[in-house]
Design a protein around this ligand. Sequence first.
Ligand code: IPD
Length: 279
Amino acid sequence: MVLTNSNKDLLDEMYETALHVAKEAGKVIREAFYKEKKVDTKMSAADLVTETDQAIEKMVETMIMKKYPSHKFIGEESSKDGERHTLTDDPTWIIDPIDGTTNFVNSIPEVCFSLGIKVNKETVIGVVYAPIKEELFTARLGQGSYMNGNKLQASKITDLKKAVILFEGGASRDAKILEDKMANTHSLYTNARGMRSYGSGALSICNVAAGRGQGFFEYGLHIWDFTAGGLIATEAGAVVMDPSGAELDPMHRRVLCACTQEVADSLSKLLVHIDMGWD
Ligand code: IPD
């Protein structure tokens, strides 16, 4: 799709649709949040899915494809383990119905619906909605990012020693991967002010955008965990890149986000860069 003035209206409409869909997903999360959940495991005992994840994804996919039948859709629950996706120039809606499923199962409020839209392989819209905390993060390319309508600005800290770094352990239980992740955690406890792990990659990136910490990294997450949050962070002035320092590859299952280039570079130098494959 070529972006022109005439399809500015289409992008406006897609943004409104994204907000509507996020609010509908949020209602379903809220209704199920304090009830008993039917839980299944996926790749490992730490990789969970519930009926609610599946129901939201089905509902959202139906809503989007009915309105935009020629658009592409990538969703966490309809993607099979190990399946490779191909990004095209077509508008592509990338969703995680519940990011923070383990939190959801345990009624911990750090859960969200995440929706990013790419056009010509570039993220143009990002919406992350945390319905229990009533926090709606939004961004459009070149137009800033917001939480509940208030403009976001990432922290200006440049010194890693003054930074709080968010991270996620992820679902892999492979011994070598865990060893490398423990080494990374150790380096950061030694070199940063503090570490936090909230259980949702998407919300962690939004937290960096909101100045609630200065960095986030994870090896092993997926395109649906960081597409929306990535735009929300860069529109708030943060840096989003591959942990090695290279340009972010949306299909490579790893990401580093930091409030400033200086913190990003310090993190990148310290971390053991784990290759967890591709979406
Ligand atoms: C997971 C969460 C978790 C992160 C995993 C993600 P899900 O998403 O964001 O914090 O460590 O890599 O897959 O499974 O709850 O949607």
